[in-house]
Design a binder for this molecule. Sequence first.
Ligand SMILES: [Fe+2]
Length: 375
Amino acid sequence: MTSVPGPGPRVLIVDDEPSMRDAVSEMLQTVAHSVTTASSVSQAIALLSTTPVDVVLSDLYMPGGVGTQLLQFTATRNHDPAVIIMSGKPELADAVASVQMRAADFLMKPFSRTALIQSVERAFKSVQRERSSRLLQVDGHAKLLTAVERASIEAFIVALDAAEPDTCIHSLRVREYTMHLAELAHYPESELVQLNYAALLHDVGKIAIRDSILDKLDPLTSEERDEIRRHPIKGAEMLWQIDALRPSAAIVLRHHEHYDGSGYPDGIKGKNIPFGARLFAVADALDAMTSDRCYRSSLGYALASAEIQRGSGTQFDPEVVALFTQVPELKWLELRERADRTATQGMTALLQPFAGSISRLISFNSRENPPCADV
Ligand SMILES: [Fe+2]
């Protein structure tokens, strides 16, 4: 396995010929984020089961298997990653069969570097679009959005989620937890989509915070703390610009309010805080406490659960804490794993260009957050 630093797709090259693997790897050095190689279909499937990949370049005929088996494999995963079939003995029937099985392209060997790069870039864009489309669905029901709304939401998602799957998936986990609590609470079905966007985009306002504050390692001054504490307002203002996200803006605005009125930006309390924001608060705390931070390891579920129950009536709505305690640890773990899978399959490629800013957001949260809240 070789790794080539840089932006672009994570590519898996599958070919039984070492010289071909080397040549294709060399040609993709300047455009791929990383290049992994496999010498057989079985090795490729094993790698795909454990390693995030955006584009597979597979030889068609190899000892022990054919490249189209990878298309069968990816068909079980929403055709993700994209698969490009390469062949040195191209037959029309092979090309047709590959396309029918949703190959992203069919390349005849030998091919030029330009042709290879164009094909990989097209496949990468295609898989990014598909992932983005899946992320805009809630429980399989796509909301009807205008093209502008869709593009805006995608841009926010791109800006707010992770290029580093191990550390930057907070928002996806919080979304899973929030939506599960919402289900238990019989949250109005017609408002679930908005809650979903709010949980996913809760910290979008930090995009508007100065880098010098987000990057600061020393303790913040009171002015700097005031500025960072304006991020719910800034986030709500951003979402308010998009018709489809206006209901989410109300939740984002209140995502740091506390049930007893000790939160911010306005210190409102109790039922004056939107119910979605009260659900979100518990979900956010759970992920904050059960995730490793730069300054500490995960506190573990038992301690996190105890802390959330201790915050009932002060930081958290007692009604939501009661729902939280109904859920067994195993269920939270299942939801967490689902979010992690989404991050692996869907988010990271979208976020590559924004990795720096997202890492800053996450590291800022990690540094400043007390166990039960982010900033
Ligand atoms: Fe926040």
